[in-house]
Ligand binder design. Structure first.
Ligand code: NDP
Length: 268
């Protein structure tokens, strides 16, 4: 159990209605922070809000519908955070999804969509929340953490557009870290491998052998993909790394990343 008191601090988690984002929101709430989450699907968001409020009845939680690719919606979300909490100390850029396609079957539109998603899911929230993060820096901790993928360093041909965009995002994060360091805003990322999520559950339902359990199916896939720890990651395992990088636990770390891939990185 991580022992840190975030009472009075505010964490914003994009894509906080499911998977890694939801697990991260839980960790922040458990540590006493106020939390704002967003997502596009109102029903999923309401479900997440109810689940979090049941777990933490006195939570200071804002759940707002917002597509991170729409600058106006992101600005409205940021204004909502400002009205409700008056500050933002930590921003977790998590919203998004991957695209499975080879070079041969990726159209120009698909390339643009993927580059748009990977860049603007970081650019829009960062820009919209930056002035509050600057204010928070004067109060002790201001940070941005992005969910990135091991694909940034270890591209996969069957995810050509995602891999390429992830590498660009790693570069953007490094530049941002340097530009924002004098303002005492830290910027870091996590590089994840395969983490259990809705998308993998759906594949399990269509691809598993009759009678095959989720554990057996994922273990077999982990073997095929040569993941040294022999299993998928859990959302809370990615969330713990995000939590560390967002809080003062990592106060001397910026422009860096943590590998959360079960040992799947092949480079030294
Ligand atoms: P989930 O699908 O469980 O969660 C994704 C979250 O992002 C949901 O809350 C979703 O809500 C939200 N979201 C997606 N697009 C947008 C958008 N345009 N605007 C606002 N919210 C959005 O997946 P994960 O938890 O696995 O994914 C979290 C991040 O991790 C993603 O960026 C993903 O690409 C990345 N990742 C995941 C891997 C894995 O193996 N799971 C591997 C590598 C990277 P809604 O759909 O309602 O908008």
């Amino acid at each position: 159990m991580i022992q840190i008191d975030l009472t009075g601090q505010v964490a914003v988690v994009t894509g906080g209605s499911s998977g890694i984002g939801l697990a991260t929101a839980e960790l922040f709430l458990r540590a006493g922070a106020s939390v704002a989450i967003c997502g596009r699907d109102a029903e999923r968001l309401a479900h997440a809000e109810t689940a979090l409020m049941m777990q933490f009845p006195s939570a200071q939680l804002l759940a707002a519908r917002c597509d991170v690719l729409d600058a106006e919606e992101v600005n409205a979300f940021a204004q909502g955070v400002q009205r409700r909490f008056g500050r933002t100390d930590m921003l977790v850029n998590n919203a998004g999804q991957g695209r499975v396609s080879t070079f041969a079957d990726t159209t120009d539109d698909a390339w643009r969509e993927e580059l748009d998603l990977k860049y603007f899911s970081v650019i829009h929230p960062t820009r919209a929340l930056l002035s509050m993060l600057r204010d928070a820096a004067g109060m002790g901790n201001a940070s941005i953490v992005c969910v990135n993928s091991l694909l940034a360093l270890q591209p996969e041909p069957h995810m050509v557009a995602t891999s390429s965009a992830r590498a660009g995002l790693l570069s953007l994060i490094k530049s941002l870290a340097v530009e924002l360091a004098p303002q005492r805003i830290r910027v870091n990322s996590i590089l994840i491998g395969i983490v259990e999520s809705g998308q993998w559950r759906r594949r399990f339902e269509t691809q598993a052998e009759p009678g095959q359990s989720w554990e057996d199916w994922t273990a077999e896939l982990a073997r095929k993909k040569n993941i040294p720890l022999g299993r998928f990651g859990r959302p809370e395992e990615a969330a713990q790394a995000l939590f560390y990088l967002a809080t003062n636990l990592s106060s001397y770390t910026t422009g860096s990343h943590i590998d959360v891939s079960g040992g799947n990185a092949r480079h030294v």
